[in-house]
Design a protein around this ligand. Structure first.
Ligand code: NI
Length: 174
């Protein structure tokens, strides 16, 4: 992989097939991966997001970054993240996505999860998350599985978005 300057990383928007595909496992934490994570943080800050998955910058790898420091939460990067347990209790919370700009909708998800993944030292980490952190982690891990939050809406709610989604699709550079 040639090094790409951060300003040249473009967001993938709704309609880009990288967002509908299952991203690939990372087999080793190389310098390349560390630089990619750094670029992901920079793109996330540039776009004023609180989470980003690698497919959103058109890189089909299982990597996510989250920064909830504005909400007194953690800042973290996780490689090959997996949800190992989800609570039965579902909560509704308004979500948005840098890949679907201008659309916010309530999405129902488990309120607590247990997560495992690999950190940038190559070590396995496991932790429980609730509240906003659980929400963002589930949203970002969905991206690694080709799922967007709009895919989790009731069909009639999703249908209301048709014309807006058509507009967003055009933001992808061909
Ligand atoms: Ni998103």
């Amino acid at each position: 992989m040639t090094k790409i300057a951060v300003e040249n990383y473009q967001l993938a928007f709704y309609g880009n097939k990288v967002l509908k595909s299952r991203a690939k496992e990372v087999t080793e934490i190389t310098q390349e991966i560390i630089e990619l994570v750094d670029a992901m943080f920079q793109v996330m800050y540039r776009e004023r997001g609180i989470g980003l998955a690698a497919p959103q910058i058109t890189i089909p790898k299982r990597i996510i970054v989250v920064d909830l420091s504005a909400y007194k939460g953690p800042s973290l990067a996780l490689v090959n993240p997996e949800i190992v347990r989800s609570s039965d209790n579902l909560v509704s919370y308004e979500e948005g996505c840098l890949s679907i700009p201008g659309i916010m909708r309530d999405v129902l998800r488990p309120d607590e999860i247990a997560i495992k993944g690999i950190n940038l030292d190559g070590k396995e980490v496991r932790f429980d998350a609730d509240g906003l952190l659980a929400r963002v982690l589930q949203h970002e891990i969905d991206h690694l599985n080709g799922i967007l939050f709009i895919d989790r809406l009731e069909p009639h709610v999703r249908r209301e978005l048709t014309s807006e989604l058509k507009r967003i699709k055009k933001l992808n550079r061909t």
